[in-house]
Design a protein around this ligand. Structure first.
Ligand SMILES: CC(C)(COP(=O)(O)OP(=O)(O)OC[C@H]1O[C@@H](n2cnc3c(N)ncnc32)[C@H](O)[C@@H]1OP(=O)(O)O)[C@@H](O)C(=O)NCCC(=O)NCCS
Length: 140
């Protein structure tokens, strides 16, 4: 199987959205809008993995690079990474993380932060697990 890694454009959004049930139990309008903004906004890193033969989008990742006061540096921030369940454990996630490391480094990042991640994969990828309390307030 040959896999290509490409920067997605707006035309790829339906296929990227189709991947999301692998990550979220409900796909609302809000998620679709956020993904659309990731893809349209030139400030964000975004990468999709495409199976060359079928053209199927089998992975998607989005992130950004910003100042991180707790870590006293500029950091790459992983917003989203999802690989289609049929294509996991093939090294696609590792490859995407590597591309993101390079992109973040080129923007002056000293590290990569996952604000909210599931256990397992990131430990394997060399991340340290940190205890975090998150707060949220709706803006009416
Ligand atoms: C987590 C996820 C992105 C990993 O992608 P992937 O392409 O399967 O990962 P890779 O094949 O590159 O795996 C790299 C290494 O991590 C390990 N790994 C992958 N997923 C793992 C998991 N859930 N738990 C523990 N180890 C994991 C692999 O075994 C591999 O180890 P190895 O190098 O010793 O063989 C993918 O499973 C996924 O989309 N999961 C659902 C969404 C999700 O959890 N996203 C991240 C948190 S928000």
């Amino acid at each position: 199987m040959q896999i290509e890694y490409k920067t997605p454009g707006p035309g790829n959004l339906p296929k990227i959205l189709a991947l999301m049930p692998a990550l979220y139990s409900e796909i609302g309008e809000g998620l679709a809008k956020v993904l659309e903004e990731f893809v349209r906004d030139g400030q964000y890193f975004k990468l999709m993995a495409v199976e060359r033969g079928s053209g199927a989008v089998i992975g998607f990742m989005a992130g950004c690079c910003r100042l991180e006061v707790d870590f006293e540096c500029r950091a790459g921030i992983i917003e989203e990474i999802v690989i289609h369940p049929d294509y996991r454990k093939l090294g696609i996630g590792r490859k995407m993380l590597g591309e993101f490391d390079n992109w973040s480094r080129s923007r002056g990042a000293k590290g990569v932060l996952v604000p909210c991640g599931r256990a397992g994969f990131y430990e394997k990828m060399g991340f340290e697990k940190l205890p975090v309390t998150r707060y949220w307030k709706d803006l009416a």
